[in-house]
Design a protein around this ligand. Structure first.
Ligand SMILES: Nc1nc2c(ncn2[C@@H]2O[C@H](COP(=O)(O)OP(=O)(O)O)[C@@H](O)[C@H]2O)c(=O)[nH]1
Ligand SMILES: [Mg+2]
Length: 365
């Protein structure tokens, strides 16, 4: 069958396809099986072994659940990350999964207490065995029940790993507009980012960050996927861009292509701009016409060319006061104003080099 090599390949079966509960329960039961109790009599050892099995298996599961949800424990997600996750996974999906995982943890703790009480009362080694088996069975079903939730949290963690982490205390310039108008080219002119640039729409599929120096503040410059003017049928990339405009932007730089060589008319582009101005009335939106090396229309918008660099300095002079409202202060004054009240922790003095550190010093740092 003639087909491209990547199509011909059989679907990959990776071991991570197994539901999360498999590895978690394996670890829990393995650790429990290593219990080696001490005791004077066989009866005492049996009882202690049963208790160790219950405690170790349940504790191992709880520890794994904490590891799985660590990314969401305080300080947790930023407002922008929360909005990105809601856009990609659906409103409340993550919260519902986290709540079910938390409830499972509570039930597992209850299960351990109940099993321990049963073991304390058990009168034979058969009964001890029954108690442990019953505990294992319920533990396994509690963990299997939350497999879909563990899959969700893993997917969210992987999703966020592929997104930039923005510092909420630093200003963010979001570059947005129609596909293929020259957003990524402008991001490369304005910041340290080197995004993929190509002459076709939807080259940029998710938000990406670069940085620029505002003189004093560090500016985050966010490249976004192109957005078409249709609010209802937005694809995931478009939703992500709209989330960036609405939730991450200190200032939005709306890029228009006056040549229409991007494939989109000026009228369509203006319509999206008008919609965002209505939808996000408090977000400052700066309009810029790019490809000035090809076409320059007569209007008040700043004009730039990402190819020649023309107009970039002029654009900065429009953006800077909006991004750093106190940017007109001399940097020293601003630094004094923003300095923390408490002195920051001083760096420890460098330790003198020795050939052989004594045992006491070589402990964990
Ligand atoms: N002549 C000219 N071409 C540009 C300019 N800016 C971008 N382009 C071209 O427009 C196409 C789309 O650019 P890109 O930055 O990927 O657009 P995006 O999809 O909005 O991110 C690429 O072929 C760029 O080389 C510009 O200022 N002048
Ligand atoms: Mg792009």
């Amino acid at each position: 069958m003639p087909s491209s090599p990547s199509r011909a390949r059989a679907p990959r079966r990776s071991p991570s396809r197994a539901p999360p509960s498999v590895a978690i329960l394996d670890a829990a039961f393995h650790r429990a099986s290593l219990a080696t109790p001490h005791g004077d009599t066989k009866a005492a050892r049996d009882r202690l072994r049963a208790r160790l099995k219950v405690v170790r298996s349940t504790a191992t599961v709880v520890r794994h659940l904490r590891i799985e949800t660590r990314r969401f424990s305080p300080p947790g997600l930023t407002e922008f990350e929360t909005a990105l996750v809601a856009g990609a996974f659906g409103d409340g999906t993550l919260d519902r999964s986290l709540a079910r995982i938390r409830r499972a943890e509570e039930r597992i703790r209850g299960l351990a207490r109940e099993a321990e009480r049963g073991i304390a009362r058990a009168s034979s080694s058969e009964e001890l065995g029954d108690r442990v088996r019953a505990c294992y069975g319920r533990l396994a079903s509690f963990v299997r029940e939350i497999d879909p939730d563990l899959e969700t949290t893993r997917k969210v963690v992987a999703f966020l790993k592929r997104r930039p982490s923005l510092d909420p205390s630093a200003p963010t310039l979001v570059i947005a507009g129609f596909p293929n108008v020259g957003k990524s080219s402008l991001v490369a002119r304005l910041s340290s980012a080197r995004p993929k640039i190509a002459d076709y729409p939807f080259t940029t599929l998710s938000v990406a960050v670069g940085h620029a120096d505002l003189g004093f503040d560090r500016l985050q410059v966010l490249d976004t996927p192109g957005v078409l003017g249709r609010a209802e049928r937005a694809n995931p990339a478009e939703r992500e861009a709209t989330t960036a405009v609405g939730r991450a932007a200190t200032v939005v730089l709306f890029v228009l292509d006056p040549t229409e060589r991007s494939g989109y008319s000026i009228a369509e582009q203006e319509a999206l701009l008008a919609r965002w101005r209505t939808e996000f009335p408090t977000t400052p939106i700066v309009e810029v016409e790019t490809r000035a090396d090809q076409t320059q229309r007569a209007n008040d918008r700043p004009k730039v060319s990402a190819v020649t660099g023309a107009g970039i300095e002029g654009l900065w002079s429009v953006l800077r006061p909006l991004l750093a409202p106190r940017g007109d202060l001399p940097p020293m004054e601003e630094a004094i104003e923003e300095a923390p009240d408490a002195p920051e922790e001083a760096e420890p003095p460098p330790r003198p080099k020795r050939r052989r550190p004594s045992r006491r010093e070589s402990g964990p740092e």
